[in-house]
Design a protein around this ligand. Sequence first.
Ligand code: NDP
Length: 327
Amino acid sequence: MTTHSTRMLILGSGPAGLSAAIYGARAGMKPILVQGIQPGGQLMTTTDVENYPGFADVIQGPWLMEQMQKQAEHVGTTLIYDTIVDVDLTGRPFRMTGDGGDVYEGEVLVIATGAQAKWLGIDSEEAMKGKGVSACATCDGFFYRGKKVAVIGGGNTAVEEALYLTNHSDDVTLIHRRDSLRAEKILQERLFAHPNVKVLWNKEVSGFIGGGSPEGLVAIDLKDTVTGDISRLDVEGGFVAIGHHPATELFRGHLELDSDGYIKVETGSTRTSVPGVFACGDVMDKVYRQAVTAAGTGCMAALDAERFLAAAEFAGDAISEAVAAAG
Ligand code: NDP
């Protein structure tokens, strides 16, 4: 069992955590970044990325994350693989414990553990992911321009994604399992007023149907939740928008979370309810959820962390011995 000590401890290795690391390292905070069970985050399971600024040609998600990792290491970040099972945020240095017993100490902690899209959980969904079935219209909608598409869900995300898709398609269907939406009224009004969107009420997805060569989505099978009737909707893009799980279980009871489980931050900053603990990326953002916004908030977290440490040191708040010894 080893104790790893640093000024800046980061948990999570998606664009948010790695951007925090790049800025933190360049500010001399010698970050230690602990990568969890999905190093690189959601982009590791994304293929074509066309919306990350700086790349004129399409790039691959895993390649982008590899570049960010190398960049973070080149400027002085230590990357460690571990699964954190416990956190202690009661005082500085903050402590996290890995499943093998290693302890990580940081004068500041940046949480960038991300969020996972919820899926319907049917077999054909798994088979058709990346072949027409996606959980992010903002990321993938462009690939379906001029094609018939559908969005599944009834919350703000589903309605926003359906409206977003009207930029690319003049045939968008929202599929919802009940007869009313939970999205905000203003979004509902925009949706109902849009000439290129129709809503199918009381419908559950029973299957995503593939066809063609290379195989792609050709239709979605539906079951009426009231009558039990079966129907088929011909579409080439199906966007599942039924919510996300922010990865915050570790922090429940230690930090303030909102009613959806996201880490609460002060507006316009990455400061959490515990001074010295910062959150960035999808773990605190349920509105934008983009790689570039995650990277942006990662940068903010590093700047917030640096200012916090500078203010604490100016106030004579000594850095702990372990961290000082670690340099
Ligand atoms: P929500 O939890 O609000 O909505 C999820 C939707 O998916 C619900 O309509 C739900 O149906 C449906 N659903 C859930 N599980 C299934 C399933 N297994 N099969 C079919 N349908 C299912 O998630 P959102 O991502 O929309 O929003 C999450 C939070 O983020 C909310 O607080 C929202 O307000 C916020 N948000 C805010 C935005 C903004 O401010 N611009 C943008 C996006 C999100 P049912 O209604 O029947 O439960």
